[in-house]
Design a protein around this ligand. Structure first.
Ligand SMILES: [Zn+2]
Ligand SMILES: [Zn+2]
Length: 397
């Protein structure tokens, strides 16, 4: 494809500009919903390059939408830029998940494509999506219609393997509270209602449930408040749980079972139960074979080998899952060629996410995502096939 060759050359010329973004965000790590510097930096650069930018997008201070070109299709690249807490001696925020690299790959992609805007039929969009590691900023963005007019969403993440068949789990995050009645634990225990007994029974019930759940599912939690004195019957306790599974339908039934166990603990002890979500629920990632083979071809054209095409084993959850349920999404993981065995979120991973090796994969990632976008922009039939596959999945549900 001639346009792709042209794009590769443009990307080569923009290398330093793109690396600068990774470097700046890496050196200025900010936690979720506080990514003010990253956001400002990206927005300034986008404006300088002729993009139309909406700030405070969807009412979120660190979300934005930038676009160039016009009409459809609209292809969106999803930037992330939040860091994780607790690195180094000072326990400071750090980009151990490599979101500096995500910001740079997505920014780099729209920047490179913008130089070809005249030759593209459609709109190139960069969505700044905050707080992936905490609240999952994409969830309120979806609720407010940020993806309603987007035809395709693209993102890449650093990982231990090259993977076009990533699996992420649907997740519900629930907080359970029990309210009992305090009493002297030795002198008048008969007057008390033990809120900690309720929690203990809940943990025991979940322990029994674990035998009867599918192997992909996970239920894990901790007691966030368990009482304040051994000689007083605890009158208030609280636990937080993450409940996860391969798909939303099964997870809904599982979450219901966990709630029923809590209700049972309430009945057994008389401690009053209340529960609520303490973080946004995420859906599982929906992969589309049409997009996967397109990405695989584009990665191979760039010399990337050993691409996993089947789901990974144990995994986490991400708000990109929610995006994939409302808009055809291609989420790809790229591996760094390093000898040390370490993974995203490890402290040791910090030294790699802004390295020369990360830059090498950064440029390949930009070229591959742009290649995919250019093929979709150029071929209406291809977009139709992707949408048909997506709608078919929705129908099966
Ligand atoms: Zn992460
Ligand atoms: Zn991440």
């Amino acid at each position: 494809m001639k346009l792709k060759e042209e794009l590769y050359k443009i990307e080569d010329m923009l290398k330093k500009d793109i690396e600068k973004v990774s470097d700046y965000i890496f050196k200025n790590p900010e936690l979720g919903c506080e990514e003010y510097k990253a956001c400002k930096y990206l927005i300034e650069n986008l404006k300088e390059n002729g993009f139309r930018v909406q700030e405070n997008y969807c009412g979120m201070a660190t979300a934005f939408r930038a676009e160039i070109g016009s009409g459809s299709p609209k292809i969106a690249f999803l930037a992330e830029y939040d860091a994780l807490p607790g690195y180094g001696k000072e326990k400071m925020p750090g980009h151990a998940c490599g979101h500096n690299w995500i910001a740079a790959t997505t920014y780099g992609s729209v920047l490179a494509l913008s130089k070809l805007a005249e030759k593209i039929n459609g709109t190139i969009v960069l969505l700044g999506t905050p707080a992936e590691e905490t609240i999952g900023g994409k969830v309120p963005m979806i609720e407010q219609g940020a993806f309603d007019d987007i035809d395709i969403a693209l993102q890449m993440h650093l990982e231990s393997e090259n993977n076009i068949a990533c699996r992420t789990l649907a997740i519900d995050c629930l907080k359970f509270q029990f309210e009992g009645k305090a009493a002297h634990a030795a002198a008048h225990p008969e007057d008390g209602i033990n809120a900690l007994d309720a929690l203990n029974l809940m943990f025991a019930g979940i322990g029994c449930l674990r035998q009867h759940i599918t192997s992909d599912a996970r239920i894990h939690g901790f007691i966030s408040y368990g009482g304040n004195a051994p000689n007083t019957v605890p009158d208030f306790t609280e636990a937080k749980f993450h409940i996860r599974a391969n798909n939303r339908e099964y997870l809904n039934s599982l979450t219901n079972k966990v709630i029923n166990i809590a209700k049972g603990a309430e009945l057994m002890t008389g401690a009053k139960l209340s529960y609520e979500k303490f973080e946004n629920s995420f859906d599982n990632l929906l992969n589309l074979t049409t997009l996967q083979s397109l990405m695989k071809k584009n990665l191979e054209e760039l010399g990337i080998k050993d691409i996993k095409t089947e789901g990974n084993g144990a995994t986490g959850s991400s708000d990109i899952g929610n995006v994939s349920q409302v808009c055809p999404t291609m989420y790809t993981e790229l591996a760094l060629d390093i000898d040390e065995v370490c993974h995203v979120h490890d402290e040791a991973y910090l030294k790699y996410v802004n390295s020369e090796e990360a830059y090498d994969k950064l440029h390949k990632g930009v070229k591959a995502m742009c290649g995919v976008a250019l093929e979709i922009f150029a071929d209406k039939e291809l977009l139709k096939n992707i949408k048909a596959e997506f709608n078919n999945h929705k129908k099966i549900k």
